[in-house]
Structures are given as structure tokens and as C-alpha cells.
Design a binder for this molecule. Structure first.
Ligand code: HEM
Length: 536
């Protein structure tokens, strides 16, 4: 057939047919290319079969932790999934420890178009993959969250606790007055709502020096008597918290769904747009907070400056590895601030809910904890415990560890390799992406005795007969990117355990109900109904 004949036959095809032909050719080439890459990938591992355009995102379901559990059960401690790219899932501690060793990889999730679209890429800490600026910010976090800062924060945390305790008493007495017994009250309430609000209010004051009023807002929804704070102030704080929660949701959505799905599949596209408007609202709020504080700093003598993290971010001129860095730009400050809110709020609140659930289910553990709290409080004879006092609550600390072993508040993290490495007997080229499944490591039968049983003694006994491999405990991650908020979170939790349980009897409203959790980027306790009454 001559070229002339081909051109003639193309001319005779109508435009719609031609368009369909080109479209079908593009789709078939994409599908061919997709499966060619899939079948020729290095080190093929077992895993769910991927579909073009969607990979395995349709296999994920609403609960990510369940998806990982199913993958581990079905395909083993090392398997693979295809999401926005290929990920190798590791569920065995000794595989993970290699990636966490300090000399190894610092990259978490580079080249993710989702985080670029959200404006997170290469700013702050969590999604920052530029070593120099990440290292600078990490150094800043280490200085800002120093032992001195945490000690000073105790006063603020206690004040907000007292406020929340006052709201419980007010609500309890409103119930009791109906039965003419004002001092002997009980209150059925949702700890998840209270502690999400509480930790958000604490994070706000520590990060910015300014209060949000999430617990007040929640109190107002339950009480006949309303708080005296102006409605606008309470509402504003409430909207901010809702925006943070939605932003957290969007992080997983933007990381797991391919740009094609987000941009072109109708339901996903409208969800994506709604997440982007939420991002704009949140960034605008944070930018205004930064601008306002800049003006306050200009007008204030240095001696009267607040010691919160925002002021430190604005005035920081840190020297890292001998190099002096310029003060941070407003965008950099906003993204660091966002990381403090995202990293610090829901993780700690959810872990407190998990601790409460396990304590209520294990009265013997609760008894032992109460005797430790009572003995420390009595021997010091003061209303609040200092950091040093709190650090003496060794059994409480073991409870925190055991609860976070069974219910890791952040169920997984990522690592991206930058050089060839050997893991699980395979050689992996640079540029491989790993998903680290904490729940898999925390429940691994080769590392833990009775891995499914809640028993804080796993973290108490030092004798050699104990077979538990406590280095398999990693709820704060590990290596270079380990959580910088670990110490603050531990002190917040110890303080809450000692204050709440010293003053209140806490029991589950429905003992037989399982823990209500939805796991996406974090394991979120959606509701925890408890009955509280003053401890006499
Ligand atoms: C119970 C509470 C908490 C848990 C379970 C938790 C857990 C984690 C985990 C697993 C990571 C990823 C680590 C890795 O990839 O190896 C992380 C990172 C991070 N966390 Fe936390 N966290 C908690 C509290 C906090 C607090 C209170 C803050 C701040 C005030 C915070 C700020 C951050 C930041 C900024 C990162 C990113 C670090 C980086 O990329 O270098 N976290 N956290």
C-alpha cells in the first residue's frame, strides 16, 4: 500500500471515528505499558493485583490499618501494593530496623504530586524532602521542644485540664440537681470529643501562645448554662479544629489516589476540590496568625516576648552544622506551625482514648496504676506534678507504651531509598518506596509474648527470661525522621493520666462495645462513651 493510499483512507474516516481511534490507541498503550512495567518490576512480591489508573486504591477500603493487616495475613511480612506508585510493605521489625538505622535513609515520600498540590512539599518537616531545609527545621523543633520548654508547658496544660474538669463538674451537677443530689454526680460523656478538643487547645497555646476554645465549644453543645466567652471566639476555634481534621484526611487522599483519579474521575474530583478549599482556609488562618505575631514582636521589648514556638520560629536564627541560616519566611513558618498542629493534636488525643479503653477493660492494671499515682502525689504533697515527678510514674509509662503497641496512633510511615540496599534477602535499587506497617511489627509473634494481650508488664520486667523484643516497639517511628514530639506527648499523657484518674472514677458506658476506630493517616477514635464521677 502506497503512502498516498494510506493518506486517502485516513481522509475518508470521519473526525469522531478518528478521535475514538486515537483515544483507544492511547488507552491501550497506557495499559500495555502499565502491565509491561508491572510484569518486569524488580523483585516481584506477592500482593493484590493492580488495575490500570487505580492501582490498588480500590482494595484499600475505608480503614487503612485493616488493609495492611489483610495484606500481612494474606501475603506475608513483605509484600507490595500499587497506589500512586509501587510500595513495598514491611511488617517485620528486623526488616524495618534496617531502614531506621541512623545512617540510613532520611527521605519519606519524595516526588509526590499530591503533596505538591497541597503545598506541603519541601516545607516544614513531615513532607519536606530537601535535606538542608528539613535538617534546619528539625534542629528548630529539637530546640523548641527542649526539656525546659516542656517543663514550662506544664502550667498551661494544667490550667486547661482544670478548665475541662470544671466543665465536667458543671455538667455532672446539672444532672445531679435533677435528682436533688448535687455533690454525688455521674456524667456519661464522650472522652474522644473532650480529649480531641483538649489536646488541640493545649497545642494551640504551646505553639502560638494563643488559646483556641474547643473544649468550651463542646461544653456549650452539652450544657444548659453556656460559657461566658463570646460566641465568635468559640466558633472560630471550633472551625479551625474541623479544618485541621479535614486537612489530615486530605493528606491520605492526596497521597493514595493517582493524579488521574483526583483530576478526572467526577466524585474524586469534587472531593479533591473541597479538600483544596479547606487547605486555603487553613493556610489563610495560619498566615494571619503569623502576620499578627510579627507585628506584636516589632512593638514589644525583647524581655516581654512570649516563649511559645511561633515566636521562636519568627525570631529563629539557628546555626546548623556550622552554617548560619536566615530567619524563616512566612510560608516556612506557616508550614512548621501546621506540622506542630497536625503532628501534635490528634495523635496524643487518640492515644489517651486508647489508654482509657484498655484501663477500663483491665481493672487490675487500673488498680496498680492508681496506687502508683496516689503514692507519687502524696509523697510530693502538691497539686501538680513537675516533669521530674511525672517521669517517676514508671508503670503509667509502661501503660502508654503497651497501649501504643496495640493501637499505634500513627499506623504506618514511609521511607524512600537513595542508594541500593538489602532488605529481607532482596537487593533493592535506589528509589524504592517502603510502607512501614507498625501494627504488623507491634503484633509480631516472633517479638512479643502474647502479642494480642494488653499487659504493661511487657515494658516493666528487666529480667533475662523475658523474651519480648522491646526494640520492636516503634510508635514514634525511628532513625533520622523519628517523631520530634515524643517527649512532649509522653509528658502530656502522664499528666493527663495522673490528673484524670487521681480525681475521677472512669468506666465504659458499654463494656462490651469494641473500640470505635477509623484508621487513615492516623488511627482516630471516633467515639468513647464513658461514665465519670468524682473519686472520693
Ligand atoms: C502520641 C503522640 C505521637 C505519636 C504516636 C507520633 C508519631 C509519629 C510518627 C510515627 C512519625 C513518623 C516518624 C517516622 O517516619 O519515622 C511522626 C513524625 C512527626 N511528628 Fe509525631 N507523634 C506524636 C506526637 C507528636 C507531637 C506532640 C508533635 C509536635 C508537637 C509531633 C510532631 C511530629 C512531626 C513534626 C513529625 C515529622 C518529623 C520529620 O519528618 O522529621 N508528633 N510522629
Amino acid at each position: 500500500m502506497s503512502i498516498q493510499t494510506i493518506i486517502e483512507s485516513i481522509k475518508s474516516v470521519n473526525t469522531i471515528d478518528l478521535f475514538i481511534l486515537i483515544f483507544a490507541t492511547c488507552i491501550s498503550t497506557y495499559i500495555f505499558n502499565f502491565y509491561y512495567k508491572y510484569y518486569t518490576r524488580p523483585n516481584p512480591l506477592p500482593g493484590p493485583f493492580p488495575l490500570p489508573f487505580f492501582g490498588n486504591s480500590h482494595n484499600c477500603g475505608p480503614d487503612v490499618k485493616e488493609f495492611y493487616e489483610q495484606c500481612q495475613q494474606k501475603y506475608g511480612d513483605i509484600c507490595e501494593v500499587m497506589l500512586d506508585r509501587r510500595y513495598i510493605i514491611l511488617s517485620r521489625p528486623n526488616y524495618i530496623k534496617k531502614l531506621f538505622s541512623p545512617a540510613q535513609f532520611y527521605m519519606r515520600l519524595p516526588n509526590s504530586q499530591g503533596t505538591v498540590e497541597l503545598g506541603m512539599c519541601n516545607h516544614g518537616l513531615f513532607f519536606n524532602e530537601t535535606y538542608k531545609s528539613w535538617n534546619y527545621n528539625k534542629q528548630f523543633f529539637a530546640e523548641a521542644l527542649s526539656a525546659k520548654f516542656i517543663e514550662a508547658s506544664i502550667i498551661n496544660i494544667n490550667q486547661i485540664y482544670e478548665e475541662m474538669s470544671g466543665y465536667w463538674q458543671s455538667l455532672g451537677k446539672q444532672n445531679a440537681s435533677k435528682k436533688n443530689n448535687n455533690n454525688n454526680w455521674t456524667l456519661e460523656t464522650d472522652f474522644s470529643a473532650w480529649f480531641h478538643g483538649f489536646i488541640n487547645d493545649v497545642t494551640s497555646i504551646l505553639a502560638t501562645g494563643k488559646r483556641t476554645y474547643s473544649i468550651t465549644s463542646y461544653y456549650n453543645t452539652l450544657s444548659i448554662n453556656k460559657s461566658e466567652l463570646p460566641d465568635a471566639l468559640v466558633e472560630d476555634g471550633n472551625n479551625f479544629v474541623k479544618a485541621l481534621v479535614k486537612f489530615l484526611e486530605s493528606l491520605l487522599f492526596f497521597s493514595f489516589y493517582s493524579p488521574f483519579t483526583r483530576h478526572y474521575v467526577p466524585i474524586f474530583k469534587s472531593k479533591s476540590n473541597s479538600y483544596l478549599s479547606n487547605r486555603d482556609y487553613l493556610y489563610n488562618k495560619l498566615d494571619n496568625i503569623v502576620k499578627k505575631r510579627r507585628t506584636e514582636i516589632k512593638e514589644m521589648p525583647e524581655t516581654r516576648m512570649k516563649k511559645d514556638m511561633l515566636t521562636s520560629l519568627i525570631t529563629a536564627e539557628t546555626v546548623v552544622e556550622g552554617e548560619k541560616f536566615k530567619p524563616m519566611t512566612d510560608v516556612e513558618i506557616r508550614m512548621n506551625l501546621l506540622d506542630i498542629f497536625l503532628g501534635g493534636s490528634d495523635t496524643t488525643a487518640n492515644l489517651f482514648c486508647f489508654i482509657t479503653y484498655y484501663l477500663c477493660k483491665h481493672p487490675n492494671v487500673k488498680e496498680k496504676m492508681l496506687s502508683e499515682i496516689d503514692s507519687i502525689s502524696k509523697s510530693f504533697g502538691k497539686p501538680y506534678l513537675s516533669c521530674d515527678d511525672l517521669r517517676k510514674l514508671k508503670y503509667c509509662e509502661a501503660i502508654i507504651k503497651e497501649a501504643s503497641r496495640l493501637m499505634a496512633p500513627v499506623p504506618f510511615t514511609f521511607r524512600h531509598t537513595t542508594s541500593e540496599c538489602e532488605i529481607a534477602g532482596y537487593k533493592w535499587p535506589a528509589g524504592t518506596d517502603f510502607h512501614i506497617n507498625f501494627a504488623g511489627a507491634h503484633g509480631h509473634p516472633e517479638c512479643w509474648d502474647n502479642p494480642k494481650i494488653f499487659d504493661p508488664d511487657k515494658f516493666c520486667n528487666n529480667d533475662n527470661d523475658n523474651d519480648n523484643d522491646r526494640s520492636a516497639w516503634m510508635p514514634f517511628g525511628g532513625g533520622k525522621r523519628i517523631c520530634p514530639g515524643k517527649n512532649l506527648a509522653t509528658i502530656e499523657l502522664l499528666l493527663l493520666m495522673s490528673s484524670v484518674y487521681k480525681n475521677y472514677n472512669v468506666e465504659l458506658v458499654n463494656e462490651h462495645e469494641p473500640l470505635k476506630v477509623n484508621t487513615q493517616l492516623i488511627a482516630n477514635c471516633t467515639e468513647l462513651k464513658v461514665r465519670i464521677s468524682p473519686r472520693t
